[in-house]
Design a protein around this ligand. Structure first.
Ligand SMILES: [Zn+2]
Length: 323
């Protein structure tokens, strides 16, 4: 005779045994994929100018428990895993938070870089990468077979997006002046964002992550994006953005006279170049007018923050341009 505890637990054991069968695991994985397609993430608010942004900013304040999180992290050995639901893996996974990519604050203390951490244990994508990948899936679902171009090919986002069903996914990197647009080196395609080799109206969706600030003439790159997009097509773009600045600050120019620095040189990491990428501009709100002049009927800054899906610490900005 089983005791009450054993009686309560044995159906659970039977269920666990059933779920471990390969056929059940397959069904579970398919169910997980379906659930993943049904789940959506939407912006907390959308801004088209500084005024609208500041009016909405109070709705994306970090949770009070995140105050002084750096000290808490240090006390726990510098690494914490937060359990959150990853929209790209469709399950609750541990997400790594540490002080990698942190920067020095005004008081000299290190500041945690929430945008680049919260790395999902399963898919390996960080906070901003998981968000963009999910937004690409959502945008692709509006087409029967979406033609997608990612301006960065050597990234986990590209690897994830290329596995999406019913899509035709293209990617490239800037490999240097010596290459021609469309050249493929070791499986990586070369493209110059200011002079794409793709024909007009080639894509339904263009994805550009942290590239625009490294382009000497961003307006020209935006005109190229508009040219290769189909009517109604969409660009999803991320880049460092100064929400408090109306005007874009030019840090460097590249003209007939060569490279000229107007401000101290600043570099960001680049997966295909050891020396990193020079930052040409610190963008402000006037960029949205530049986007509209480049051929987009709408340019909007979407603001995301979602604790349950592991997008926390700082609001994430994604720019959505519609041709
Ligand atoms: Zn994941």
């Amino acid at each position: 005779m089983k005791n009450p505890l054993q009686q309560a637990v044995s159906p659970l054991h039977a269920l666990l045994r059933a779920v471990r069968r390969p056929s059940a695991r397959k069904r579970l994985a398919a169910l997980q994929r379906d659930v993943g397609r049904l789940l959506r993430i939407d912006p907390v608010f959308v801004a088209r100018d500084a005024h609208a942004f500041h009016a909405g900013a109070s709705r994306v304040q970090p949770a009070p428990w995140l105050a002084g999180y750096e000290q808490k992290l240090e006390a726990q050995g510098g690494r914490i895993h937060l359990q959150r639901f990853c929209l790209c893996c469709n399950e609750t996974t541990p997400m790594l938070v540490d002080m990698e990519s942190s920067w020095q604050g005004r008081d000299g203390a290190r500041v945690l870089n929430w945008r680049e951490r919260l790395i999902c244990d399963q898919c390996g994508m960080n906070n901003r990468q998981r968000l963009v990948a999910k937004l690409v899936q959502q945008a692709a679902a509006e087409h029967e077979r979406a033609r997608i171009y990612l301006t960065e090919q050597v990234t986990p986002i590209f690897q994830w997006v290329r596995r999406l069903p019913a899509t035709d996914v293209h990617g490239s990197e800037y490999l240097g002046d010596q290459h021609r647009g469309g050249d493929v080196m070791d499986g990586v395609r070369h493209e110059d964002a200011m002079n794409l080799s793709y024909p007009d109206a080639s894509f339904d969706l263009i994805v550009s992550n942290d590239v625009l600030e490294h382009i000497p003439d961003p307006a020209k790159a935006l005109r190229e994006c508009s040219r290769v997009l189909r009517p109604g097509g969409v660009v999803l773009a991320t880049f460092p953005f100064q929400t408090g600045s109306e005007a874009t600050v030019v840090r460097a120019t590249l003209g007939a006279g060569g490279l000229k620095h107007l401000l101290p040189a600043q570099f960001h990491g680049n997966p295909v170049s050891a020396e990193g990428s020079l930052v040409f501009q610190d963008f402000g709100w006037d960029l949205l007018a530049t986007m509209r002049q480049a051929g987009f009927s709408d340019a909007a800054c979407e603001v995301y923050m979602n604790d349950a899906f592991g997008h926390l610490g700082v609001p994430l900005l994604v720019f959505r341009l519609r041709k």
